[in-house]
Ligand binder design. Structure first.
Ligand code: CP3
Length: 342
């Protein structure tokens, strides 16, 4: 078994740096688009364990990455809580119902890791069977603040000002909603681990739009609770926290009960290591736009990044998900550069 990523996450010795890509399962691969075109929409793919399994395995076989990530979306959690989403072609997520009042929050379910989101659990079991121990499988969920942002805003936004307005105007009910999302997320991640996920990642995609104080109160607090709850149940399962654009929170992130901190490309590897200290593995952080350039630039920039991070306690990745119009050969060039590094 190739367990490089697990060992790197735990700070153990590795022969070489492990590498995978956020959003590796998806539109960059023609093989994905083919499967995607067979179904009505994105959600049908997510809810069909056989197809979700198939597209999870595509990047494993085509790109030769060191980990698989289960094909799903962070928005399955709000849906299981009672707010269904639509994934609108070339626009993104849309929620017909949003959270506007305490009454709306009271109506929400807390996700159970056993009965709910069974389609994700089934997909994980299928993938594990197919991987047959070859590489680890990563499970994931959105951070409560990021999920809150979609549940209140109802769709993507540059500012998420409706969601932030609720934090400022009604902190009490904001905490009530965040508490419900957190419990759901802990249960969901524990469910994924029970189904076979070997490590889990928490995506806080909208971390960077909060002020440091707001971030500590409305996001970190809940990420911390989730880490503690998952670790209480599964002390040896590595947890990654990726808080995009939250350079201001690195010091506090380093105190979490997690193993890996994900960095986006705005964070300097050497500076980040200084702030975080030696106790965590770092993951990231190539600007996905580097993959639009030629092979020699990709190699040069990737090598510089790797040298800055160093071989110990490091997982190579991009600083955010790979963009859908990226050439597969350029992605391969990045992966091979990491793998051939000595
Ligand atoms: O990383 C992987 O390969 C696993 C799959 C995965 C998806 N979404 C599939 C997907 C993961 C880990 C996610 C996480 C996710 N989803 C995040 C957190 C990470 C991040 O990017 O910040 C967020 C914020 C979402 C919400 C979401 N899902 C948005 C905003 C969109 C639309 C934008 C877009 O990329 O199209 C999605 C859709 C989505 N999720 C697609 C895929 C492959 C594209 C839809 C399609 O194939 O039709």
């Amino acid at each position: 078994m190739n367990d490089l990523i697990i060992r790197a996450a735990k700070g153990e010795k590795v022969e070489r740096i492990p590498v995978w890509l956020m959003r590796q399962a998806g539109r960059i691969l023609p093989q994905y688009r083919k499967v995607r075109n067979k179904v009505k929409d994105f959600k049908e793919l997510v809810k069909n364990p056989e197809l979700a399994c198939e597209v999870t395995l595509q990047p494993v076989n085509i790109l030769n990455v060191d980990a698989a990530i289960i094909f799903s979306d962070i928005l399955v959690v709000p849906e299981a809580m009672g707010l269904p989403y639509l994934m609108i072609e070339s626009k993104g997520p849309y929620f017909e119902k949003t959270i506007k009042s305490v009454k709306d929050i009271k109506k929400l379910n807390i996700v159970s890791g056993r009965e709910d989101l069974k389609y994700v659990m089934d997909a994980i079991k299928l993938v594990k069977k197919e991987l047959n121990g070859s590489i680890p499988l990563i499970g994931f969920a959105g951070a409560p603040w990021t999920i809150f942002a979609y549940m209140v805003e109802g769709q993507g936004s540059k500012t998420f000002s409706k969601a932030k307005k609720l934090l400022y105007t009604n902190p009490l009910i904001s905490h009530e909603l965040l508490t419900k999302i957190s419990k759901s997320t802990s249960n969901y991640l524990i469910g994924q681990i029970n189904s076979g996920a070997d490590m889990v990642q928490i995506f806080d995609s909208w971390a960077g739009i909060l002020s440091p104080e707001m971030y500590a109160e409305f996001s970190l607090k809940y990420i911390s609770e989730i880490c503690d709850e998952v670790k209480k149940n599964f002390p040896s399962i590595p947890i990654t926290v990726f808080a995009k654009d939250a350079f201001f929170a690195l010091q506090k992130l380093s105190k979490l009960n997690c193993n890996v901190i994900g960095l986006d490309w705005t964070m300097d590897p050497v500076e980040s290591r200084k702030i975080i200290g030696p106790g965590k593995t770092l993951q990231g952080n190539l600007d996905p736009c580097v993959l639009y350039s030629d092979f020699s630039t990709i190699k040069k920039v990737s090598l510089k990044m790797i040298q800055n991070f160093g071989k110990h306690r490091y997982i190579a990745n991009l600083g955010h998900g790979v963009y859908p119009d990226t050439k597969v050969d350029n992605v391969k060039c990045f992966i091979d550069t990491v793998k051939n590094y000595n």
